[in-house]
Write a protein that binds this ligand. Structure first.
Ligand code: MEV
Length: 341
């Protein structure tokens, strides 16, 4: 069975397929690593993981293949790209008391290293598929999948806040902070009140090294970083109130335009901590010209930026941006989170 037709077909042979959405961070990336709150939104691009019981361990994805006979290897000795899935396979088998192996096949609609949560979605779908195929189906919203996915992600990126795996597991819009965990943002009325366009700079980043760079900034500018974190927390709290109530802060402006202004403010904080660059600045400047405002999403240093539009304005804005040569798409919000079949 080829990867393309194989990953999503459960084939009735006990094979399980789970899928989980990517995400964008609307507000709060990087500061969330140090305890501030962030707002995330799952998007309609998915990673699918097929799981089946097998004699040995086999993991296949676009990023590489791993085959071994037993779990004798320590996860730390596995290529970081496949390490989280190896950890999931090993841990799920240990929990199920299974000494034979498991096969995990990955198919992704999300480019890696673009800030759209491909590795988190892979961990979430991988954990859900592995737990379910081994007879431990905790339900996709339950803590076990999220916990295993966050733990797996930390085998490759120890300082991960856990925000990305939570958004992918749950779907919809959430707030997240390291101490209290996640809370769903449920609007009191209507749809989200905004549209989203995602544009890819084409520059690939390594989240861990960008987070390491920010840590360097924090060490060399402790007071400034603290002040920026305080401002970011205030911004996230104001945005959360707006998203929950659906009422713009001043009645003259709509939700989307308020979010756009906050995005531009958030972008100025991200620039200050050093995660923007000339290409992202140029793309963001262009997007600002015909949307309500834009910012980096995710780690930065490359990857994607998002722009806020009116709810019915995203297709037009994406077409406009594409006509200027940008690799972009209008992103829908995914409300299903992780699913299994
Ligand atoms: C990466 O998508 C988001 C960061 O805040 C890191 C994290 O939260 O783990 C940069």
């Amino acid at each position: 069975m080829g990867m393309q037709d194989g990953v999503r077909a459960n084939g009735g042979d006990g094979r399980i397929v789970a899928s989980a959405p990517g995400k964008v961070i609307l507000f709060g990336e990087h500061f969330v690593v140090y305890g501030s709150s962030a707002i995330l939104c799952a998007i309609d691009r998915r990673v699918h993981v097929g799981a089946a019981k097998s004699d040995g361990i086999r993991i296949t994805s676009e990023m590489g293949t791993l085959e071994c006979e037993s779990f004798s290897r320590d996860a730390a000795d596995v290529d970081p790209v496949l390490r989280p899935l190896y950890h999931i396979a090993k841990e799920a088998c240990r929990m199920a008391g299974r000494s034979e192996g498991i096969t995990l096949d990955v198919e992704s609609e999300i480019p890696p290293g673009a800030g759209l949560g491909s590795s988190s979605a892979c961990c979430v779908a991988g954990a859900a598929a592995a737990l379910r195929v081994l007879g431990r189906h905790p339900g996709h919203n339950e803590g076990a999948v999220m916990r295993m996915a966050a733990e797996a992600e930390r085998t490759a990126f120890p300082n991960a806040s856990g925000a990305d795996t939570a958004a992918s597991a749950l779907g919809g819009m959430i707030t997240y902070d390291r101490k209290s965990g996640w809370a769903a943002i449920r609007r009191q009325s209507g749809g989200p009140g905004f549209g989203l366009v995602v544009s890819d700079s084409g520059i690939r980043h390594n989240t861990e090294s960008v987070v390491g760079m920010v840590s360097g900034f924090r060490d060399s500018h402790p007071e400034e970083f603290e002040e920026l974190s305080r401002m970011e927390s205030g911004l996230v709290s104001d945005v959360t109130k707006l998203l929950v109530s659906g009422a713009p802060p001043d009645d003259a402006a709509g939700t989307a335009s308020a979010l756009g202004r906050w995005a531009s403010l958030n972008q100025s904080y991200l620039s200050r901590i050093g995660v923007s660059n000339a290409k992202l600045d140029e793309m963001i400047g262009e997007m600002d010209g015909f949307t309500h405002g834009s910012k980096i999403t995710g780690a930065g240093g490359g990857g994607c930026a998002i722009a806020f539009t009116d709810p019915d304005g995203m297709a037009g804005a994406a077409a406009n941006l594409a006509s200027r040569g940008h690799d972009c798409f209008a992103a829908g919000i995914d409300y299903s989170g992780c699913t299994t079949s």
